[in-house]
Design a protein around this ligand. Structure first.
Ligand code: FES
Length: 325
């Protein structure tokens, strides 16, 4: 089990709405040690149906001692975004010291930043940092409508014609193949957006023959092929069946039920929480970026922190022995 999270008491000191469906919340954090880089994230203890759960959010550029996050109110939210939207000035929460798994390399001759919707949150900080160091950068930013594009006016002022926006309601979409072809060999792309956008980018990047180390990405954990539904998990080694609510991850349901699990990122990136899929009465909704498309197609494993069954029941092997309960 993960043990290195360093929790800090915090309270809400500012609330803004940088887009019609996005709320930015600034916390004053007691004992915040680190100065953090763009792409960093913090964990927040949220309350869902009276239970504490942990949700992870990108931290925006913030003053020392403060952490600012921006959260889209998701219609299929498992409850985390609704909780953040319910916060008011002065409310107390707990957050962690920021960590970064989506770092700028600072080694590229040109940076292509790609944001889909609320995926702008890490990309916004990266754009500011790259501009501050006079790096060569282009940002392509897509959303359903302009009113849903957080920080777009500020980014327009910062980047000028190095920002191109793609509004789906206007019928515009990214041409990732052309964008990648325009990058020099030592150029890099950083992308944050929904699962489908990342999959398309990964496949095109791989097909272009470029080093995969020069494509860095972060995915939304809540963007799957199916809307969240409740399902049952049969844990073979424990001979137990655990119910997973629609607003709960499989990992949370298993750990709350006392099943010993290993995990780290809780974002579908590290693969530590992977379990064996022994049987599934519905489809497995893979929402990770750890497994390859081929591995997901084989369906032998899934990341418990983000992936879920599309209803019905699933039987898994955790690889651990029952004595750990
Ligand atoms: S904890 Fe990292 S992929 Fe699930």
């Amino acid at each position: 089990m993960r043990s290195k999270l360093e929790w800090r008491p915090a309270r809400v000191i500012a609330i803004e709405n940088p887009a019609e469906d996005v709320r930015a919340v600034t916390f004053a954090v007691d004992g915040l040690r680190s100065v953090f880089d763009p792409g960093s994230h913090t964990n927040v203890k949220v309350v869902i149906r009276g239970q504490i759960a942990i949700r992870t959010y990108t931290v925006l550029p913030s003053a020392p001692g403060h952490l600012k996050i921006a959260v889209k109110l998701h219609p299929n939210s498992r409850g985390g975004s609704a909780y953040i939207w319910s916060l008011a000035d002065g409310d107390a929460v707990e957050v962690t010291e920021p960590e970064n798994r989506f770092e700028l390399s600072w080694r590229a001759s040109r940076y292509l930043l790609i944001a889909g919707g609320i995926g702008i949150t890490p990309i916004y900080g990266m754009a500011k940092a790259l501009c501050a160091r006079n790096q060569s950068v282009r940002l392509i930013y897509g959303a359903k409508s302009r009113s849903q594009m957080a920080f777009v006016d500020e980014l327009q002022g910062l980047l000028g014609d190095r920002l191109e926006t793609f509004i789906q309601d206007d019928g515009r979409n990214f041409d990732l193949a052309a964008e990648f072809a325009a990058l020099p060999a030592d150029g890099e792309a950083y992308i944050c957006g929904p699962h489908g956008l990342l999959e398309a980018a990964r496949n095109l990047w791989r097909a272009s023959g470029r080093s995969m180390s020069r494509l860095r990405f972060e995915v939304f954990g809540d963007s799957g092929r199916f809307a969240e539904q409740a399902f049952s998990v049969n844990v073979a080694a424990y001979d137990r069946t655990i119910e997973v609510r629609a607003d709960q991850t499989m990992l949370d349901a298993l750990t709350e039920a006392g099943i010993s699990m290993i995990y780290d990122c809780r974002r579908g990136e590290c693969g530590l929480c992977a379990v064996d899929v022994l049987d599934c009465s519905s489809a497995v909704d893979h929402r990770d970026v750890f497994f390859s498309q081929e591995e997901r197609h084989e369906g032998a494993k899934m990341c418990a922190c983000v992936s879920r069954a599309a209803g019905g029941s699933i039987t898994i092997g955790t690889g651990y022995r029952p004595g750990a309960i």
